[in-house]
Design a protein around this ligand. Structure first.
Ligand code: CMP
Length: 140
């Protein structure tokens, strides 16, 4: 059993529709603990840095515009196998492919406005958590 931490973002399509609590309920019902959380407005350069890995993808510019179009809630989720568990709870990137009951199936509008982001590996989780949080802002 490995207790892990992962970075989660509740995206502007979800904050706009007042779904922060509904999304958080999905995490907590799955046994994930929210050990850090803040609501922020990303700057363009923050969004560009955070998604730099997608720089060459055709959707990069639209994605950065979308992520700065309203508030986001950045979070650290903690739990057993939190990285994989969070990805399971989120569902597939494209809501058309997402399993019933997942956050993206329930709430996402489309592949871009897909309500949540979650780290995809332990290495990225560590980097992404550091991107938004200082150590003393995470209280497990
Ligand atoms: P996220 O987990 O935040 O990581 C990259 C994001 O790019 C992804 O979720 C989607 O919201 C977004 N995106 C936009 N268009 C596409 C696409 N065609 N394929 C994959 N991801 C896309």
């Amino acid at each position: 059993m490995t207790v892990e931490r992962t970075l989660s973002i509740i995206k502007p399509d979800a904050t706009r529709r007042n779904l922060t609590g509904a999304v958080n309920k999905c995490f907590e019902d799955a046994g994930l603990r929210i050990v850090a959380q803040k609501r922020i407005k990303l700057s363009k350069s923050q969004a560009e840095d955070f998604y730099a890995v997608h720089k060459e993808r055709p959707f990069y510019s639209d994605l950065c515009d979308f992520m700065t179009s309203g508030p986001v809630v950045v979070q650290v989720l903690e739990g057993e196998n939190a990285i994989a568990k969070n990805r399971e709870v989120m569902g597939a990137t494209n809501p058309d492919d997402a399993a019933e009951g997942t956050i993206r199936k329930l709430f996402a509008e489309n592949v871009e406005a897909n309500s949540v982001h979650g780290s995809d590996s332990a290495e990225n989780a560590a980097m992404e958590i550091k991107f938004y949080f200082k150590d003393d802002e995470i209280v497990g």
